[in-house]
Design a protein around this ligand. Structure first.
Ligand code: AMP
Length: 308
């Protein structure tokens, strides 16, 4: 592995040498940018036992780091990928402006005990350009976020399948925050017999309930103050469902009423679906998932909750 970044941006400690970032104590993380470096890093960490993979787009927060904790608890070696995947962004979306802060991300991962970070460029990930054969997400992408983000889930599944091929992990951890994505990945791994254990970790939130997201940094102060209403509305209908309300339309009206009471919020969709088929339900049974996508100013936020 080569020297990939001078000390500069990281201060005097930790120290980056030969593709390995070391901290004050014993903790180090291998940083691989190329497929060859990844292969060599994997050879090193695989000696420890099973490998857990956490795919991310970087700009890391506690939500991502909780996935690293979950992977570390379940596998002997933890690999994290940081790759802003152009295939999953629509032409009008924020691929170019998506926040990137690699030096900070790598340092956070080192502190959190990740063993290997894979940070490929677009050219390294897709050396032959856009893949010709891609993963078709099928009908599970025709609901919730799917219709509003054409091609998004095909892009997600294709890059995750490619990462699975490159890393060959024993298990992979995804966040429940991206509920539809986690269902699709589980389904892909099952339907294509990929032989990888998929784990889903709970949503990590700010103290006021807003689900952590790399895109939260786009929010202005006023928008940030209104954004927790999404979680507030979901928490309210969770209580209503727990108290016996079974009508999806009654519950969804409450979500609309609460979110629309905030001037900067603009709902894209609200739905209550079966947790595996993602089919909308009329009568809510235990385990149904209520999901929301809404714009807060110009920022699209998603959140969901299980109705017990
Ligand atoms: P992203 O970098 O947005 O592609 O997310 C990478 C992984 O982190 C995905 O599996 C997300 O579901 C997960 N994730 C993002 N935000 C959260 C959160 N607030 N809580 C838990 N997991 C999260």
């Amino acid at each position: 592995m080569q020297v990939v970044r001078p000390l500069g941006t990281l201060g005097t400690s930790p120290c980056f040498r030969n593709g390995v970032l070391s901290g004050d104590g014993q903790e180090t993380v291998i940083v691989a940018r190329t497929r060859a470096e990844l292969a060599s890093g994997l050879e090193t960490v695989r000696g420890r036992g099973s490998v857990g993979l956490v795919p991310t787009m970087g700009s890391l927060h506690e939500g991502h780091l909780s996935l690293v904790d979950a992977a570390r608890a379940a596998a002997e070696a933890t690999v994290v990928s940081i790759f802003v995947n152009p295939l999953q962004f629509g032409p009008a979306e924020d691929f170019a402006s998506y926040p990137r802060d690699e030096a900070r991300d790598v340092d956070l991962l080192r502190e959190r005990g990740a063993d290997l970070v894979f940070v490929p460029s677009v050219e390294e990930m897709y050396p032959e350009g856009e893949p010709v054969v891609t993963v078709d997400p099928g009908p599970l992408a025709e609901t919730l976020c799917g219709p509003f983000r054409p091609g998004h889930f095909r892009g997600v599944l294709t890059v995750v399948a490619r990462l699975f091929g490159l890393v060959r992990p024993d298990l992979a951890v995804f966040g429940r925050k991206d509920f539809q994505q986690s269902v699709l990945i589980r389904r892909m791994v099952g339907d294509l017999e990929m032989g990888i254990e998929v784990r889903t970790a709970p949503i990590v939130r700010e103290a006021d309930g807003l689900a952590l997201s790399s895109r939260n940094r786009y929010l202005s102060e006023v928008e940030r103050a209104q954004a927790p209403v999404i979680h507030g509305a979901l928490a309210r209908i969770r209580e209503m469902a727990a108290a016996g309300e079974r009508s999806a339309s009654v519950l969804l009206s409450k979500v609309h009423e609460m979110i629309e009471s905030k001037s900067l919020m603009d709902i894209q969709y609200t739905q209550i679906v079966e947790p595996d088929s993602l089919r909308p339900v009329d009568r809510v049974e235990s385990g149904a998932v209520a999901a929301v996508a809404a714009f807060c100013g110009g920022t699209r936020l998603i959140d969901n909750t299980v109705l017990e």
